[in-house]
Design a protein around this ligand. Structure first.
Ligand code: ADP
Ligand code: ZN
Length: 741
């Protein structure tokens, strides 16, 4: 006897599940994950079934109206994961459900696209005489037939466009028995325009073989341990992932590979598609809704067994799941910035745990969190220290810009050493990447007399100067203003305001001046707004049509250009100046990543790091590509200050248009919470966030540090249930926050 009561979570934001009676005629058709229509108050609503039961604690249950005729959207183990998400990240349950299901799948009316499909019938093909006769009577029908002979299966729309025939003409041909005309599903295919040649796995190097063996051991273990694959850039980690995924497929299972959004390049997709072909599905936010829906369904139906994607691809309905890979596991991009604010890397570990499947975290610069687990034996550490094909690690030199300024009698953007190095590459026909962790022409507009800088009136951030259109822009809210003629500080007002700071546009201008004949291109999110121009610049660079590529983070990751033998970092200190305890870790990661772009071909690479703080541990460690020394130093600092990974950080942010309301709410909340916190939990604040104003809203936050999140989350939740913030004040809770902006 099927259970007669369904527990249901609705789309309506209530963070509560409700019980409904299943009418007799629907018994057996309602399952966990089913989408149902329910009466809700005086309205109708949609809901997802989260459980079936025999009895309900609630009296007088209403009956659900209908069940949507489609396979369930999630199963018990995904449901468990969603509950964990809501629980751990302190988010309403319906938001967790929304996180595990892509909107184009979850939404009402989500379905495959159906179209009329024409197929030539080979078994009843016309004779040449019949075709000739048709050509006299109806040239358009004959043209359609000729066209169909070229492409025996196509959409009616395509055939009509190509031949000029109308639908009646096609129906006439169908009546003759020459072709069939049927409704069919058209797959909206994100790979449609991608031609990929099949590749074969290369014989693995010794370290790769050992890494694969370790992963394989965990894949077949009853309780797999997480593998942390620490491999220097170019050590062939991706090749190890591909081999491990192949092993999962061989065992009749599927796999998910997460890469940071920024690394989801055609090049990355080609590597997966070249090896695994059509069974690769891709999921990320740049797909059209139709593509996302169809890719997700293809995975759910088992037609695609390897999923490559950004953050949310982690929730892909791969069954059974044999392996999850998280590449560049240290990447802050894995953190979702709206509720539930999950870290896909950590959720991957949880999903692996719930489903008993192996998880591989890979990085050249593992997060301190993961490496500490590995050191403690909680994760299995696998090292790859050699570059593939004995390519040597690039030579890294640190250029002390303070000496440079002295020598040159003033601040310069590009040192003599770097100029020499670039010139050498130009002479040898090799390529150079110049890297800057910032965008815009000049970061700020500064008064040379009083030091006042132009700041956005709505956000507490500096405006950046954009040279092409001569205006100032706020990168938080998009506010623009003209460049002022004189300093806007009331007590000053001096003329001759000056551009200070460094931006990619200024680097470009300087480079063009020094090397007038070099082919130079710039790539950052300003210069490359359109999705395609990105790929175009990279394509040109790959073909050797560009000598010097200047860019931001965007070019730091994952790209593999064999002819790049020089990487210059213009201003390594920029990322050290962030108001964040992870600044050194981020800088080290960034410098190492960037350095890894040099010397990926036969010629050894060279990296020049220009900096005003040459002896900073992050700079020094990246110079020697020495992760463990950096780790050992940095972890001691964190231990002394009791920062993560020795504690768990949660930020609680209050924001709204009324400053007073925001501050009162934060203060009230913090005071009430403080009373419930156990000893050992620190509450810092409330204070204005470093980004104290954004999009006109005031932002005030407090920070919670505890040994474990469960030391303070229950108290936090208790206040939340009764706390009514003033109107217009929103609360954002960020568990395991990666940034305190
Ligand atoms: P990582 O992900 O560690 O940066 P990749 O997997 O991208 O390294 O490998 C770097 C380069 O070496 C790629 O061009 C890749 O195709 C190549 N490569 C990797 N493993 C092998 C191998 N076993 N034999 C030959 N070439 C390899
Ligand atoms: Zn602004």
């Amino acid at each position: 006897m099927p259970q007669p009561i369904a527990r249901i979570i609705t789309d309506i934001a209530l963070d509560r599940e409700f019980d409904y009676r299943i009418p007799e005629q629907l018994l057996g058709r309602v399952q966990v994950g089913s989408v149902v229509q329910i009466p809700f108050g005086r309205r109708h609503a949609r809901g997802f079934v989260t459980g079936l039961r025999d009895t309900s604690p609630f009296p007088d249950l209403k009956a659900l109206h209908d069940v949507v005729d489609a396979p369930p959207l999630f199963d018990e183990s995904m449901l468990r994961l969603a509950r964990w998400l809501a629980d751990y990240y302190v988010a309403p349950f319906e938001q967790a459900i929304a996180a595990i299901l892509p909107a184009p799948v979850r939404r009402e009316g989500a379905k495959f696209k159906e179209q009329l499909i024409v197929r030539a019938r080979s078994e009843s093909a016309p004779t040449p005489e019949e075709v000739a006769a048709l050509a006299k009577r109806s040239p358009k029908q004959a043209a359609a037939w000729q066209e169909l002979l070229q492409t025996p299966e196509q959409t009616a729309a395509a055939l009509m466009a190509a031949s000029g025939v109308g639908l009646p003409g096609l129906r006439a041909l169908a009546a003759k028995g020459w072709l069939t005309l049927e409704k069919g599903v058209i797959r909206r295919n994100p790979h449609e325009r991608m031609q990929v040649l099949p590749t074969h796995p290369p014989p693995l190097m010794a370290e790769q073989t050992a890494a694969l063996a370790a992963i394989h051991e965990e894949m077949t273990a009853a309780k797999p341990r997480v593998v942390l694959l620490h491999g220097v850039t170019g050590s062939g980690k991706t090749e190890v992932y591909l081999a491990a995924i192949q092993a999962a497929l061989d065992a009749g299972k599927g796999a998910i590979a997460l890469v940071p959004e920024i690394a989801l390049t055609p090049q990355t997709m080609e590597r997966f598609r070249g090896r695994f072909g059509e069974t690769v599905a891709v999921l990320h936010s740049h797909l059209s809704d139709g593509e996302r829906h169809d890719e997700w369904r293809r995975i759910a139906a088992g037609q695609a067994r390897v999923v490559v994607g950004a953050r949310s691809a982690l929730f892909a309905p791969v069954r059974p799941l044999g392996l999850v890979v998280v590449d560049e596991e240290h990447e802050p991009a894995y953190k979702q910035d709206e509720a539930p604010r999950y870290n896909a890397r950590d959720v991957a570990v949880m999903r692996g745990h719930l489903e008993g499947c192996a998880v591989v975290l890979g990085s050249a610069t593992p997060s301190l969190e993961s490496y500490r687990h590995a050191r403690a034996g909680k994760y299995r550490l696998v090292n790859m220290t050699q570059r593939v094909d004995e390519q040597v690690m690039p030579m890294v030199r640190v250029v002390d810009m303070r000496l440079e300024t002295e020598k040159a009698g003033g601040a310069h953007l590009i040192s003599q050493d770097l100029i020499e190095a670039v010139r050498q590459r130009l002479d040898q026909g090799e390529q150079t990447i110049l890297f800057l962790n910032r965008r815009g022409y000049a970061t700020t507009v500064m008064c040379p007399l009083c030091g006042h800088t132009e700041t956005c009136p709505d956000c507490s951030v500096k405006m950046t100067y954009h040279k092409e259109a001569e205006f100032l822009l706020c990168h938080v809210c998009g506010h623009t203003s003209p460049v002022p003629a004189r300093c806007s500080a009331p007590q000053c007002g001096a003329p001759n305001i000056k551009m200070a700071g460094v931006g990619t546009q200024r680097v470009e201008a300087a480079v063009r001046k020094i090397f007038p004949r070099a082919r130079v291109a710039r790539m950052d999110s300003d210069a490359t707004g359109a999705k395609d121009s990105h790929a175009q610049i990279l394509g040109k660079f790959r073909r050797g049509d560009i000598d010097i590529l200047i860019g931001t983070q965007m070019i730091a990751k994952g790209l593999d250009f064999p002819n790049v033998t020089l990487v210059g970092v213009i201003h390594a200190d920029l990322s050290l100046q962030m108001p964040d305890f992870r600044a050194a870790e981020r800088t080290f990661q960034l410098l190492t990543q960037v350095a890894g772009r040099a010397g990926r071909g036969d010629v050894p690479g060279e990296v020049l790091i220009q900096t005003y703080t040459p002896f900073h541990p992050a700079v020094q460690a990246s110079r020697r590509a020495d992760y463990t020394t950096f780790y050992d130093q940095e972890i001691e600092l964190r231990r002394e200050l009791n920062y993560p990974p020795f504690s768990r950080l949660t930020t609680v942010l209050f924001r709204g248009l009324e400053e007073a309301n925001v501050n009162t709410a934060a203060k009230d909340f913090a005071e009430r919470l403080q009373k419930l916190l156990p000893a050992g939990v620190r509450l810092l604040g409330p204070n204005p966030a470093p980004l104290a104003r954004a999009k006109k809203q005031y932002r005030t936050h407090f920070l919670l540090f505890g040994r474990n999140t469960r030391d303070y989350i229950p108290a936090l939740r208790e206040i939340l249930t009764s706390f009514k913030p003033p109107k217009g004040v929103a609360i954002a809770i960020n568990v395991d926050a990666l940034s305190i902006m």
